[in-house]
Design a protein around this ligand. Sequence first.
Ligand code: CUA
Length: 336
Amino acid sequence: MPEQASTLAPEIDFVFNVITWISIFFFVLIVALLVIFVLKYRRTNGRRPEESPTHHTALELTWTIIPLILVIVIFYYGMQGYIIASTPPVGAYEVNVTAQKWSWRFEHRNGARETAELVVPANRPVRLIMTSQDVLHSLFIPAFRVKQDVVPGRFTQVWFTATRPGEYDLFCAEYCGTEHSQMLARVIVLEEGKFEEEIERRAQWIDEVAEEQLYLAGGRIYLSTCMQCHTVQPGIRLQGPSLWDTHELLVQGGQRQFADGNSRVVDENYILDSLNVPGREIVVGYGNVMPPHDRLSTRSKIALIEFIRRLDEIELDARGRPSIPDVGELVEEEGP
Ligand code: CUA
């Protein structure tokens, strides 16, 4: 079992363990009796089957009433857990969550927006208000024992109280297309005081620092939204073309060839159209797999274009990913 990092986790594990141990007990009991009876009452040479009773009321009542009580106990604990898990406490800290093929977006009330990280306070109830921009996704945080479908066209919710500061995995648990397995994020749990500070920093980073260092803001969007299908290394292809190639074409004003025989100069508008209506111009040699990102804010799109334009200024780490400074570091450098 993953670490128990929310108030809900011990309760859910308890019910899980109760059901597992009851099942193990009866499995062993039934298989043992089966083997014993097969051996003891087997038909051997010269031995006729004995007369056996056809009915035994006490026995039948026993094996009906005991399982009935067990099932009622299991139902009681399950129902209790379900009611707790589906009723967020009033006054919980709220975060809006938007899922999209194949990334998450977490928006805080103070304006802080994150895609790769969900920052939450420790020891305080958190309620996630979730919706999807395209298909069915599911938000799953194993350490908190919460999993909830994220549905287009309506809101679903999930809540938890994280008990231990630290970093935890967040997965998409509903198959949603080719890069479903890459639809990941980190949950960062911070102590109450630190949390307020961090969320303030992040809001400020978006408002002020991003203005100065727009291309780095674009880099963060790349890491959470584009990286699954586009590398930034020359000539290395995934589902989509390498953005390094796009960078070179953008800087040199080069042309891009499309599958329908047309071509176009790679400029800002080309990138914008690729984000908004990716299916219209398919680069030669690639499939029509990219979902539209037309709901990214205009600012985010500008940031992404800046990121592509200045790719040659960005160092890559050992895995070939751009090294984008952490939000905190940036604020430290640029802060007031
Ligand atoms: Cu989103 Cu799987």
